[in-house]
Design a protein around this ligand. Sequence first.
Ligand SMILES: NC(=O)c1ccc[n+]([C@@H]2O[C@H](COP(=O)([O-])OP(=O)(O)OC[C@H]3O[C@@H](n4cnc5c(N)ncnc54)[C@H](O)[C@@H]3O)[C@@H](O)[C@H]2O)c1
Length: 320
Amino acid sequence: MNNTSKKILVTGGIGQIGTELALALRKKYGADNVFITDIRDEAPAIITDGGSYDKLNVMNYSDVEEFVKKRGINEIYHLAAILSGKGEENPFLCWDININGSMNIFKIAIENKVQKVFVPSSMAAWGLGIQKEDVPQESILRPTSMYGVTKVAGERLSEYLFLKYGLDTRGIRYPGIISCETLPGGGTTDYAVEIFYEAIQKKQYTSFLKEGTKLPMMYMPDCIKATLDLMDADVDRLKFHGDYNVAAFSFAPEELADEIKKIIPEFTIDYKPDFRQAIADSWPASIDDTPARNDWDWKPEYNLSTMVKDMIEKLSVKLK
Ligand SMILES: NC(=O)c1ccc[n+]([C@@H]2O[C@H](COP(=O)([O-])OP(=O)(O)OC[C@H]3O[C@@H](n4cnc5c(N)ncnc54)[C@H](O)[C@@H]3O)[C@@H](O)[C@H]2O)c1
C-alpha cells in the first residue's frame, strides 16, 4: 500500500499519546487520510485546526463499523482506554472499555478487511514475581492492577487474532510516557509530567510516588517514533505481535528532581505516596528491549537529561 492509499482511524485520539500520534500521522500520510476520533464532544484547536475530528465511542459497535466502512479505513491505531490510576478507581469500567472496546475494534477490523491494527500494551502487564531489572521480552505476566490484567488480555488477543485470522496486529509495552502537549489521563507515571508544570510554576512538587520508586520512562518523540517504526516494519521480521518491549531510560522521583534542579535550582520536592504506590511497586525498574532492536531496529533518541532540558524549554514557552 502506498502512503496516499492509507486511510487511518485513530481512536482515543485526543488523549496524551493520541494527540501527538495523530499530528505525526497527519504529517506522514496527509491530513485527509487520517481520521482522529475520541469519545469527547470537543477536540483541542491543535487537532481541529489541521484536519477532521469526529466523536466516536469505541463501545458503540455499529457507529464504529459505519465509520470504518464509509471512510474505507485500512489501518487503525486504537488508543481509547482507561489507564492504571483511573482503572483502580473503577475496575469494571476499565475492563469494559479496554477489553470489550478492543474486541469491537478487532472484530470490525477482521470483518472489514482492515490491514493493520495497533493496540498499545504497557509495562503494567508485569506484576508479581518479575525480574525487576532488565525484565526480558518473554517473562511471567501476573499483573495486580485491573489495567494490567486488561493489557495482558489485550496482548494475548492480538496474537491470537494474528494466528487465527491473519489480522496484522501490532503493539508495544509502553513505559511511562512523558510529554507536554496534552496532560496524561490518569496513570501511575503521571507524576513525571505533573512535576514539570509545578517546577516551572511553583518551584515545588509533592510526588504521589515515594523516593526510590525507579520506573522505566520514555519521552513522547521516542514513543511516536517507536509506534510508527513498528507499524512500518516488515511483518515477516516480527517475532511478536501485541507485546514488544521498548525501553529508553529509568529513574526514581528524586533522580528526576535532581535533573530538574540543574535547570531550576530553587526547585524542591517532597513525597506523599497514595494508592498508586502499590501499582508502581508491582512494575519493573528497567526493561530489556533486545527483540524490538533486532526485529524492527528500535533505538531511542532521548535520555533523561536531554528529555528534561527539552521538556523545560517547551513547557516554559507554553506556560508563559
Ligand atoms: N501514557 C502512558 O504513559 C502510557 C503508558 C503505557 C501504555 N499506554 C497506553 O497507550 C494508550 C493511550 O494512552 P494515553 O496515555 O494517550 O491515554 P489518555 O487517557 O490520555 O487517552 C485515552 C483517550 O481515550 C478516550 N476514550 C476513553 N473511553 C473511550 C471510548 N469509549 N471511546 C473512545 N474514546 C475513549 C479518552 O477520552 C482519552 O482521550 C492506552 O492504551 C494506554 O493504556 C499509555
